[in-house]
Design a protein around this ligand. Structure first.
Ligand code: ZN
Length: 152
């Protein structure tokens, strides 16, 4: 079984130095473990955050929230996506809170086992998503930017 839609086509990149799997979500994005900058020229990877937004929008329409009823974890892009869904669902429950602090708190509460680099990776990707909201509707609050994303 696997997830459907745009995110299911993402195959993680293996760091050539430390072997950690990650998503090169922007040009020269460093490995979250050893900080080696990727020379990967894979535009599919660079579209990851946009694909994630499209999937979130789809889930919100279908389920009323970003976290779907079933989400298979087969690779690092599935894991990262799953955490992003949860983070944004929780931000919406406390829309007036300090989102930067909330994101930190939510990620700190999660059990990363021995995969601390994954936490760093997710934080970077969430930060990239955040930037996209700002670019979309600069006059809106973070929460209404999420709503705009879902309704447009
Ligand atoms: Zn590495």
């Amino acid at each position: 079984m696997s997830n459907t839609g745009v995110l299911s086509t993402f195959k993680p990149h293996t760091c050539t130095r430390c072997g950690v799997l990650h998503i090169v979500f922007k040009v020269n994005a460093p490995c979250p473990n050893c900080k080696l900058e990727s020379s990967l020229n894979n535009h599919e990877h660079f579209k990851f955050t946009q694909a994630l937004l499209v999937t979130m929008k789809k889930h919100k329409r279908k389920y009323g929230r970003y976290t779907p009823h079933v989400w298979f974890i087969e690779n690092v892009s599935d894991s990262v996506s799953r955490v992003c869904f949860e983070v944004f669902d929780r931000l919406e429950k406390d829309k007036d809170g300090d989102h930067k602090l909330q994101i930190k708190k939510i990620l700190d509460e999660m059990n990363w086992r021995k995969k601390g680099h994954l936490k760093i990776h997710v934080r970077e990707i969430i930060s990239e998503l955040y930037k996209k909201y700002i670019q979309k509707k600069p006059q809106h609050t973070f929460f209404s930017r999420i709503k705009t994303l879902v309704t447009t």
